[in-house]
Write a protein that binds this ligand. Structure first.
Ligand code: ATP
Ligand code: MG
Length: 256
C-alpha cells in the first residue's frame, strides 16, 4: 500500500498545528543536572485555544520557548504544522517563525528605540505580507485599546500597555499559531477581557491556534483545554470547561 498524507479539501495536510514528543530539558547547575522538563508530550489541533497552567517554576516558559523553536530541548521533538523544527538552523527557524508563529514573551521584549506602532510593524518588514504595515499596526493597536499611544516608546508606556503592544505585534503577521506567555499578567480586568474577546474572534474568524501560559483563572476558563504542568511533567490534560484545575494549581502563582 502506498503511503499517503491525508489532506483537507483545501489540500492542506491535516497534521496537528503543534506536536510535542517527549520533551525533556536539563541544564547543568553546579556540577549537577537540573531537570526542568521531564518528558512532556501533547498534540494541539488547528484552531484550538489551549491554556498551559501550573505553579510558578513548573516549566511553562521553558516549554513555550522550546515549542516556539527559540530554545532546543535536551531530547524530544517538536513539530509545527507537521514540520520537525527541533534542530533547524536559525535561519530556517526564523523564516518559519515569521510565517507561522506569533510570540508574546513574559518580559514583552519590545524594541526600546521603536515606538509602539513601529514595534508592531517590525515583523511585517520581514518576508512578504499583504497590505500596509502602518495601517495594519494602527488597526491592531486600536484593537488592544492603544490608538492613543502609537508614538510612545516602551519606556513611555505602562507595563500593561507594553504587554498590549507585544500582543498586537504577535498578531501583526496573522500567524497560524500564537504562543503567549502570561499575556494578561499585567492587565486590569477590562483589558484582559478585551484580549480574550480578540483571541476568540481571531480563532472563530481565521482558525488561529492559541497556546497560552497563564496564571489568570479567567484566561484558563476561557480556553477549551488546559495542560497542567507540575514539576516538569504534564500532570493532566483536560477540557477546561469540564474539569477546572485544582484551586491549588491556579492559586500558587496568582499573585504575579
Ligand atoms: N537558565 C536557567 N538556568 C537554571 N535554571 C533555570 C533556567 N531557566 C529556568 N530555570 C529553572 O527552571 C524552572 C522552570 O522555569 P520556567 O521559567 O519555565 O517556569 P514557569 O512555569 O514559566 O514559571 P512562572 O509561572 O513563574 O513564569 C525554574 O525552577 C527555573 O528556576
Ligand atoms: Mg514563566
Amino acid at each position: 500500500m502506498s503511503a499517503h498524507i491525508e489532506t483537507s479539501r483545501e489540500g492542506q495536510s491535516l497534521s496537528p498545528a503543534l506536536e510535542a514528543r517527549d520533551i525533556r530539558k536539563s541544564l547543568p547547575l553546579g556540577g549537577e543536572s537540573l531537570d526542568i522538563l521531564k518528558g512532556i508530550s501533547f498534540q494541539i489541533g488547528r484552531g484550538e485555544f489551549t491554556a498551559i497552567i501550573g505553579p510558578s517554576g513548573s516549566g511553562k516558559s521553558t516549554l513555550l520557548g522550546i515549542i516556539a523553536g527559540l530554545d532546543e530541548p535536551t531530547s524530544g521533538k517538536v513539530f509545527l504544522d507537521g514540520t520537525d523544527i527541533t534542530f533547524l538552523s536559525e535561519s530556517r527557524m526564523a523564516r518559519i517563525r515569521n510565517q507561522k508563529l506569533g510570540m508574546v514573551f513574559q518580559a514583552y521584549n519590545l524594541i526600546p528605540t521603536l515606538t509602539a506602532q513601529e514595534n508592531v510593524e517590525a515583523p511585517l518588514y520581514v518576508g512578504v505580507h499583504p497590505g500596509s504595515p502602518s495601517a495594519r499596526a494602527k488597526e491592531l493597536l486600536a484593537l488592544v485599546g492603544l490608538q492613543h499611544r502609537l508614538d510612545h516608546r516602551p519606556n513611555q508606556l505602562s507595563g500593561g500597555e507594553q504587554q498590549r503592544v507585544a500582543i498586537a505585534r504577535a498578531l501583526a503577521a496573522a500567524p497560524a499559531i500564537v504562543i503567549a506567555d502570561e499575556p494578561t499578567g499585567n492587565l486590569d480586568q477590562s483589558n484582559g477581557q478585551n484580549i480574550l474577546d480578540l483571541i476568540r474572534r481571531l480563532r472563530d474568524e481565521t482558525g488561529t491556534t492559541f497556546v497560552i501560559a497563564t496564571h489568570d483563572p479567567t484566561v484558563a476558563a476561557a480556553a477549551e483545554r488546559a495542560l497542567h504542568i507540575v514539576d516538569g511533567l504534564l500532570a493532566s490534560d483536560t477540557a477546561a470547561a469540564m474539569a477546572p484545575p485544582p484551586p491549588a494549581l491556579m492559586a500558587e502563582g496568582s499573585v504575579r
